[in-house]
Design a protein around this ligand. Structure first.
Ligand code: PLP
Length: 464
């Protein structure tokens, strides 16, 4: 459900067209006579509808210049072709499209292997629409395991996580009536650490969510340390709390670039892991994945055996119908790149991120919060040299050149800190990074000039 309310001002019927222009160029000559937020009485010719909608979408920014998103903005023509070939396949019709289902199974097996499931045949998992659905499913499994353990309906479960969690975890807690135990940021600690994680756990903690890596600054949380601290807590007779790793981005980076980092099923306390196929899994939106280390980690009563269109189908999902094309595209990426292909793509993104962060760090106006050496993502803020403008003004100034670099304020207890964040992805080349840097320098010079001469319109002002 998209929550869009009411009708728009543009709904007015404009009417009228010049017949000569219309004859010469049906799309451009036509003035839209159909309402935009209600169904029109009559059809619009396909060419005209296509042209008008395409034109309207020109107002969207360029996806390639969108440095705000983690989501894939470019795939090879062969992948696009495969997706077009599969656009009519419903992922749920496993009996009708058994080979699409088989490709999904292979992707789960590949991820189980990549994330070191103790026995890849034992690991269970599925595709989802993205990490949000994957996190919901993982959260439900944690909740079920806790409920079976305590068997007392009067108690209220809680989930421990850092204030840097993505909103999907707050949604999970609200929708399933779980108390969110959110550990605030403190000083220069921008994510969860072992000490704070343990301090927030009790007998009603269904799990600790750890993030690889943080949406706010791209940093990895110290999952091995958190796991060791929870082991210690359990060994002292405290609660035995499982970990879920939200690897929306990092679960497709760390296996290729950070071999020595312990974060996955090699840690016995890690019960489940999710990732977004459509982020560093390199597929267009929307596909995600969630895996449980073994059958015990996923309570069997959550799996529905649906008798559907002649087949018996086990499912654990919030959605029923959803596109099969993204799953096929994920298999294509896995099949095509292999380990060394993935390593090359992710290393290139990290190289660009570290090059850019190094250049930005050298400017007196900025201070880095992270440098892109974990996720290829970094955040930076202004130094004390900057008094006449702020990160929001710079974000808007960059937008004038088409760059979408978000500026935002950190959560509790660092709301005083406002940053810019740059997400480097496959397709954001060194050349583009050079162009961004050149535009960034021009924008900073203009903002500095404006604030010296007093032509800026205040700290958030910018010049047209
Ligand atoms: C850490 C983390 N978890 C979950 C999500 C939600 O992912 P999706 O957009 O695939 O639903 C995001 C998205 O940015 C994220 O960064």
């Amino acid at each position: 459900m998209a929550l869009h309310r009411g009708s728009s001002k543009n709904d007015a019927t404009t009417g009228g067209s010049n017949p000569l222009i219309t004859e010469a160029n049906p799309a451009l000559g036509q003035r839209l006579t159909s309402p935009k937020s209600r169904l029109a009485q009559d059809p619009v010719p396909a060419d005209v509808a296509y042209q008008l909608i395409r034109d309207e979408l020109l107002l969207d920014g360029s996806a390639r210049l969108n440095l705000a998103t983690f989501v894939t903005t470019g795939m090879e023509p062969q992948a696009r072709q495969l997706m077009a070939d599969c656009i009519d396949k419903n992922m749920i019709d496993k009996d009708e499209y058994p080979q699409t289902a088989e490709l999904e199974r292979r992707c789960v097996a590949m991820l189980a292997d990549l994330w070191h499931a103790p026995s890849p045949d034992q690991a269970t998992g599925c595709s989802t629409t993205g990490s949000s659905e994957a996190c919901m499913l993982a959260g439900i499994a944690l909740h079920r395991r806790w409920a079976a353990r305590v068997n007392d309906r009067t108690r209220r479960p809680n989930l421990v996580m850092g204030a840097n969690v993505q909103v999907c975890w707050e949604k999970f807690c609200r929708y399933w009536d779980v108390e969110p135990r959110i550990v605030p940021m403190s000083g220069e600690r921008f994510h969860l650490d072992a000490e704070q994680a343990v301090a927030h756990c009790d007998e009603d903690t269904i799990g600790v969510v750890t993030i690889l890596g943080s949406t706010f600054d791209g940093s990895y949380e110290p999952i091995a340390d958190i796991s060791a601290a929870l082991d210690e807590l359990a060994s002292r007779g405290g609660p035995d709390v499982p970990i879920h790793v939200d690897g929306a981005s990092g679960a497709m980076i760390a296996p290729f670039l950070d071999h020595d980092l312990l974060w996955d099923f090699r840690l016995p306390r890690v019960a489940s892991i999710n990732t977004s196929g459509h982020k560093y899994g390199l597929v267009y939106p929307g596909v995600g994945w969630v895996l449980w280390r073994d059958a015990d980690a996923l309570p069997q009563e959550l799996i529905f055996n649906v008798n559907y269109l002649g087949g018996n189908m086990p499912t654990f999902a919030l959605n029923f119908s959803r596109p099969g094309a993204q799953v096929v595209a994920q298999y294509y990426i896995f099949f095509r790149l292999g380990h060394s292909g993935f390593r090359a793509v992710q290393q290139a993104a990290r190289d660009v991120a570290m090059f850019l962060s190094g250049q930005i760090e050298a400017m007196p106006e900025f201070r880095l919060l992270s440098r892109g050496d974990e996720l290829p993502v970094f955040a930076f803020t202004t130094t004390e040299h900057v008094t006449g403008w702020d990160v929001f003004a710079l974000s808007r100034a960059l937008r004038e050149r088409g760059w979408q670099v978000p500026a935002y304020t950190f959560p509790a207890d660092r709301q005083d800190l406002s940053v810019l964040r740059i997400v480097c992805r496959n397709g954001f080349s060194h050349d583009l990074a050079d162009l961004l840097l050149a535009d960034l320098r021009v924008a900073v010079d203009l903002l500095n000039d404006d604030s010296r001469t007093g032509t800026a319109t205040g700290p958030s002002g910018f010049r047209h």
